[in-house]
Design a protein around this ligand. Structure first.
Ligand SMILES: C[S@@+](CC[C@H](N)C(=O)[O-])C[C@H]1O[C@@H](n2cnc3c(N)ncnc32)[C@H](O)[C@@H]1O
Length: 235
């Protein structure tokens, strides 16, 4: 899968409708997330990050921008989004005015964010930072851009890494690890919907993007024995 192809497909109505159907009452209208972001996460991130209106929020792996823009609007704060996909950054930039918050988006990788040291009053990453090829480098960058005492929240499956060790190495204090209820089941519902709508997806987003989704679905057993968590940390 290439993320540019994934995000191009994610603009399309059918993939969005299938996400919404799989998420049910968890789906947050208008966000167009391509992740586990839903009402539970929205509420928990608001409660955890608590930015003041003059603060700067950093969204790592922002995708098409929705979760960060939604949160920045809730806080009336400034948003900086980063992602290595050019399509994601372009879409997020186009969508920002409709959320009415000051926002900028940058095409960079997790191990070299290019943001000033100590410039973030809070940061978060929904289903993204664990894709970094080098966790130590990515979390060291998070530590560098956070101001002292600032929170960083991220979602991940508990089996993806030894998160307490990764965080300790980066100098981030783990404050809580909260299981995210129902997330595994929602992904399994989405995989079933992709499989059931294969022909319609091929017609709407093309063969390559559909094959990417079916491949994700076919490797669903990777979720076995793991639980999605929200990790709250502090510099
Ligand atoms: C599952 S998507 C989540 C997008 C967004 N956070 C959301 O909730 O809709 C993962 C995102 O991480 C980005 N990503 C993956 N690896 C990356 C890396 N090494 N550096 C920067 N971004 C990366 C992808 O381009 C993609 O937008």
């Amino acid at each position: 899968m290439t993320y540019d192809r994934f995000h191009t497909a994610a603009r399309s109505p059918l993939p969005q409708r299938l996400f919404a159907e799989a998420f049910g009452s968890e789906w947050v209208p208008g966000v167009e997330a391509t992740s586990s972001f839903g009402w539970w996460l929205a509420g928990n991130l608001v409660g955890s990050l608590r930015l003041p209106p003059e603060g700067t929020l950093v969204d790592l792996g922002c995708g098409r921008g929705g979760p960060g823009l939604w949160l920045a609007r809730a806080f009336s704060c400034r948003l900086v989004g980063v992602d290595f996909s050019a399509v994601a950054v372009a879409d997020a930039t186009d969508r920002a005015p409709s959320f009415g918050v000051p926002a900028s988006f940058h095409q960079v990788a997790f191990d070299n964010l290019g943001l000033p040291t100590g410039s973030a009053d809070a940061a978060f990453s929904v289903d993204a930072i664990y894709f970094a090829p080098d966790h130590a480098a990515a979390f060291a960058e998070v530590h560098r851009v956070l101001r002292p005492g600032a929170p960083f929240a991220f979602t991940a499956r508990d089996t993806t890494a030894d998160w307490p060790a990764v965080l300790a190495e980066a100098g981030l204090t783990l404050e809580s690890a909260t299981p995210h209820p129902g997330t595994g089941d929602r992904w399994l519902r989405l995989f079933d919907l992709w499989d059931a709508n294969e022909q319609a997806l091929r017609g709407e987003i093309g063969d390559e993007a559909t094959n990417d989704l079916l491949e994700e679905s076919a490797t669903r057993s990777r979720l076995d024995g793991s639980t999605y968590h929200l990790y709250l940390t502090r510099r």
